[in-house]
Design a protein. Structure first.
Length: 157
């Protein structure tokens, strides 16, 4: 029961994180054209401030529930003489999950610089920063999808 609750929380946090990135890149960003030029980065910055606060919590939940499940699985499988071996999909998830968290840290650094650029009205810096954030978020979205597909196909194999 505890394991199922941890997995549910893990999955909900993943949905908020990966789903949010998908929405940002496929719906929000392509719709910015309806606004006047200067308003676009202002809206993106306001959206990112809220979304990244959510992702901060989501990554913490993903990490804590993931480590807790890992520890439970290890404890269950490590009886006398038994060896705990993780399925390949779990390796993919853990490695890419940690990389995704690193990339998110990098995005937060870029976002801090974007906010400063907007505050001091450094227009030349804004577009390149937004572009770097977009590319990093896209990389995280691709890794997130790979992890989910690997985990669900791995479970079906
Ligand atoms: C890096 C830290 C992470 C750790 C330690 C971790 C650990 C785990 C563990 C132990 C399970 C349970 C597997 C099972 O019982 O079958 C699990 C499930 C899962 N995790 Fe992770 N995980 C991490 C990050 C992520 C990330 C970043 C994603 C997606 C972006 C993700 C997606 C999933 C999915 C889709 C499942 C399967 C849930 C289900 O069976 O419905 N995990 N994770």
């Amino acid at each position: 029961m505890l394991y199922a609750a941890l997995k549910t929380a893990h999955l909900l946090a993943v949905i908020a994180w990966v789903g949010g990135m998908f929405f940002m890149l496929t719906c929000l960003r392509p719709s910015l054209g309806v606004l006047d030029g200067p308003l676009r980065p202002t809206l993106m910055s306001a959206v990112m401030a809220r979304f990244f606060a959510i992702v901060n919590v989501a990554t913490l939940v993903v990490l804590l529930t993931g480590l807790w499940m890992l520890w439970s699985a290890w404890r269950l499988a490590s009886g006398p003489g038994a060896v705990f071996s993780m399925p390949p999909s779990w390796h993919v998830m853990i490695v890419l999950g940690l990389v995704m968290m690193g990339v998110f840290g990098y995005v937060q650094g870029l976002f801090k610089r974007l906010r400063t650029a907007l505050q001091v009205q450094d227009g030349a810096a804004v577009a390149p920063l937004l572009d770097r954030i977009r590319k990093a978020v896209l990389a995280n979205l691709v890794m997130g999808v790979i992890v989910v597909v690997a985990m669900k196909l791995g479970a079906a194999a």
